[in-house]
Write a protein that binds this ligand. Structure first.
Ligand code: NOJ
Length: 565
């Protein structure tokens, strides 16, 4: 079988709300994206993934969809969308849509109909259940299961009109669709085919490992310190998940060339990912796993732990080895749900921000898999110094604050410290285009404040400066396109016990690449075998003065190439 095109591709993610506002209402839009396509094409990426642009009450910034086959008026029209798609294709790139079908908005006509009464023909399109046996419907603790929702509170919402509850693993405005019902699946496949026929090139599938639930809906083990149980074991990677994705493949993807499909799968294991991405099983091309972005947290996501580099390397090493023969990795540091990586795993002080951002890019992009760049990552954008809870907009941050401060009596300052490090709003501050007011994002008032560091960190100055993070990312992407060892080389982790250096080789045919990243502000010598031989190898890329004797400066990255003759 021929290798698929996306093995050597790099994807750029746009979060439309925060990318570029063309009409001055403070919210990004499609025309804003159209105006900035050259910035993305200039990086050399192959694909754009667009976070949701569909009509939505915006309870979870568009991940709550009320019409799957139109465009949110704040973002534009279908005509704007077609123009955007044509502009992307004209620049030789592809466009992948976000597919959010674990749940819809409660304002979607399907749910409105479903909610209209127990006899509704669409009642069974969602998860409706009576109160716990022997309990008064609507009374505390009468929810059908003890599951907590991702954004705080119970995963069940009581509907007084019918006396039943509906399931929402995310907000109460995001009811879960019932994939057990074949009519639901047919409607979703029809919608997906409609977008592909319109010309889009694939889908990023939101929490797609949540679609099959254990239909007996058992209680979960209680989470310490909360009244809620962990339903995860009963809805993550459930009994029919593979079957549903294979059916989707047959009904939607089969016979269409050149698509890219990636399933977002919180909690997926390596073994399951091999199955999801084994081409012979015809499910998805690759998955987003979460292990590495959970490397600095424990069971409670709101407790901060320092990163142990050995842990991060063990995680990546396991994934690289696990998918070496069958399946394919996706690679990311950032997306709209993660804090900015340069603040998280690098050093965002003026002294080392650019150097550490480049080091992080080099290490990630030299792994085997398809790299994803999130808007602003190519500028080394940082977390934001949010002053108070009033500065946050994300439903997750606000929900956590209310739960922790108002219900659990924790200190507001402690909760804010965690939110400043972890909140998804760090990723969602407006894209920094230039040094003009509001970073050139909008002529109005942005929906979420611009990071005050935009006069120093912005696209205009980065594109002009050959030494910027932007041009370093451009070279990394170019290297992937030109050097087969980056795409196909066997991965071997070196120095697994070193807490400062991240080192590995990629070997393909007669070519071996050596990659070393210094994850510390110290000068460190890489004690690897054949150090002397590597010293004389070709240095393909570095972010500081070339090293002597493999002594790396703070946050330095090096990529060497040796060719056996
Ligand atoms: C994952 C998305 O990336 C996130 O932004 C969203 O809140 C949840 N899924 C629910 O759709």
């Amino acid at each position: 079988m021929q290798n698929p095109w996306w093995h050597s591709a790099v994807v750029y993610q746009i979060y439309p709300r925060s990318f570029a506002d063309a009409d001055g209402d403070g919210m990004g839009d499609l025309r804003g994206i159209i105006e900035h396509l050259d910035h993305i094409a200039g990086l050399g990426v192959d694909v754009i993934w667009l976070s949701p642009v569909y009509p939505s009450p915006q309870d979870d910034n568009g991940y709550d969809i009320s019409d799957y086959q139109d465009i949110e008026p704040v973002f534009g029209t279908l005509a704007d969308f077609d123009e955007l798609l044509a502009g992307v294709h004209a620049r030789g790139m592809k466009l992948v849509m976000d597919l959010v079908v674990n749940h819809s908005s409660d304002e979607h006509p399907w749910f409105v109909e479903s909610r209209s009464g127990k006899a509704s023909p669409k009642r069974d399109w969602y998860w409706w259940r009576p109160a716990r046996e022997g309990m008064e419907p609507g009374s505390p603790g009468a929810e059908p299961t003890n599951w907590g929702s991702a954004f705080g509170g119970s995963a069940w919402e009581y509907d007084a009109a019918s006396g039943e509850y509906f399931l929402h693993l995310f907000s109460r405005k995001q009811p879960d669709l019932n994939w057990e019902n074949p009519a639901v699946r047919e409607a979703i496949y029809a919608m997906m085919n409609w977008w592909l026929d319109r010309g889009v090139d694939g889908f990023r599938m939101d929490v797609i490992d949540h679609i099959s639930k254990d239909t007996t809906l058992p209680d979960g083990a209680l989470r310490p310190g909360t009244p809620y149980g962990d339903g995860g074991p009963h809805y993550l990677n459930g009994p029919r998940n593979h079957e549903f994705l294979h059916e989707m493949h047959q009904r939607v993807f089969a016979g269409r060339d050149e698509l890219l499909t990636v399933g977002e799968m919180p909690g997926v294991t390596v073994d399951e990912a091999v199955k999801y991405t084994d081409p012979a099983r015809e499910e998805v091309d690759m998955v987003f796993q979460f292990d590495h972005v959970w490397a600095d947290r424990g069971a409670d996501p709101w407790v901060l732990y320092p990163l142990r580099l050995t842990n991060l390397k063990a995680i990546f090493g396991r994934w690289q080895a696990g998918l070496a023969e069958v399946g394919w990795n996706s690679l990311y540091w950032n997306n709209h749900d993660q804090p900015r990586v340069v603040s998280r795993f690098g050093d965002d002080s003026p002294r080392y921000r650019e150097r550490s951002a480049k080091m992080l890019g080099a290490v990630l992009h030299l792994h085997r898999g398809t790299p994803y760049v999130y808007q602003g990552e190519e500028l080394g954008m940082t977390n934001t110094p949010f002053a108070s809870i009033a500065d946050f907009r994300d439903i997750e941050a606000l929900g956590h604050y209310a739960q922790a401060v108002e219900h659990e009596g924790r200190s507001p300052e402690d909760v804010l410290t965690v939110l400043r490090a972890r909140s998804r709003d760090n990723a969602r501050t407006p894209m920094q285009w230039n040094a003009s007011p509001q970073a050139g994002f909008t002529s109005g008032t942005p929906w979420l404040a611009v990071n005050p560091n935009y006069p120093q960190i912005n696209a205009e100055s980065a594109v002009k400066d050959e030494e910027s993070v932007y041009h370093f990312y451009r070279r990394l992407i170019e290297l992937r396109h030109e050097e087969p060892a980056v795409v196909y080389g066997d991965f071997t982790m070196l120095l697994p016990h070193d807490e400062r250096l991240y080192a590995f080789t990629r070997a393909h045919g007669d070519t071996t690449l050596l990659v070393i990243g210094n994850f510390s502000a110290e000068t460190v010598r890489a004690e690897i075998d054949d150090a002397a031989a590597w010293e004389t190898a070709e240095l393909l890329l570095t972010n500081a003065t070339p090293p002597q004797d493999l002594v790396l400066q703070p946050w330095q990255a090096v990529i060497y190439r040796a060719v056996r003759r």
